[in-house]
Design a protein around this ligand. Structure first.
Ligand code: CA
Length: 238
């Protein structure tokens, strides 16, 4: 059936069967196709087929944990990965380790929020593919003093030295730097960089990403020269 081929496909990697059922039901209701893997090894194997538009990944899994699964997926694919975690405390770990996850939700999660996140991540990923396919030719580099951002190569250099950023760190920096001098609230950044409605996002995500960017870019991260906090308002690059 042709309409089935058009459906976005989501891989659910989760060992708790009741959660799998809830996820599968709601994902189907929302108009997506889904597939299930009940342990980390199976999840990785299926994910690496590249047949999915998004992966929902539990952390505590038999055979291989979600951190490892995510890392290995990222070595090969840029498919969006949303981590589904049971504990709030793990959020810092997810964002802190460079495992390459695009997003997270904490259990017990609201289905409405999860579906909004799924939609935002799939949309952003599809847009990236279109942009990559377009093959931009002109010079799009942004230069701010010693910081240089080359969106065609997804590359950032500071004093001529390449800075290794995660995808989200890069996207946040690029967004702020291409609007240098303009202050963005954390809610605006969630919406414009992460693709969420303010209501669905978690502003800590922005703070953690800013902190990590500063550690990588600034000589003294406590006295940032590029990525500035406008107290009570938000962030800007200048
Ligand atoms: Ca589990």
């Amino acid at each position: 059936m042709p309409q089935n081929n058009d459906k976005k496909r989501i891989l659910i990697v989760e060992d708790e069967k009741n959660i799998v059922q809830v996820l599968a039901f709601n994902i189907m209701q929302a108009g997506y196709a889904y597939d299930i893997a009940l342990d980390g090894e199976e999840g990785l194997k299926k994910a690496l087929t590249g047949e999915y538009d998004l992966i929902l990944l539990d952390l505590m899994l038999p055979k291989m944990d979600g951190f490892e699964v995510c890392r290995r997926i990222r070595q090969k694919l840029s498919t969006p990965v949303i981590i589904v975690t049971a504990r709030e405390e793990e959020v810092d770990k997810i964002l802190g380790f460079d495992i390459g996850a695009d997003d997270y939700v904490t259990k017990p999660f609201s289905i409405k929020i999860l579906l909004a996140r799924i939609k935002a991540n799939i949309r952003r990923y599809s847009n990236e593919m279109v942009i990559n396919d377009a093959g931009v030719e002109q010079d799009n580099r942004i230069v701010i003093r010693e910081l240089e951002i080359d969106p065609d190569k997804y590359q950032v250099t500071n004093k001529g030295v390449a800075v290794d950023l995660t995808k989200k760190e890069y996207e946040l920096l690029f967004h702020l730097a291409s609007n240098a001098g303009k202050v963005f609230s954390r809610e605006e950044l969630l919406e414009q960089v992460w693709g969420y409605d303010g209501f669905f996002g978690d502003i800590r995500t922005v703070d953690v990403t800013v902190r990590r960017l500063r550690e990588k870019l600034e000589i003294d991260p406590t006295k940032p020269e590029y990525l500035i906090t406008k107290r009570g308002v938000g962030y800007l690059v200048k």
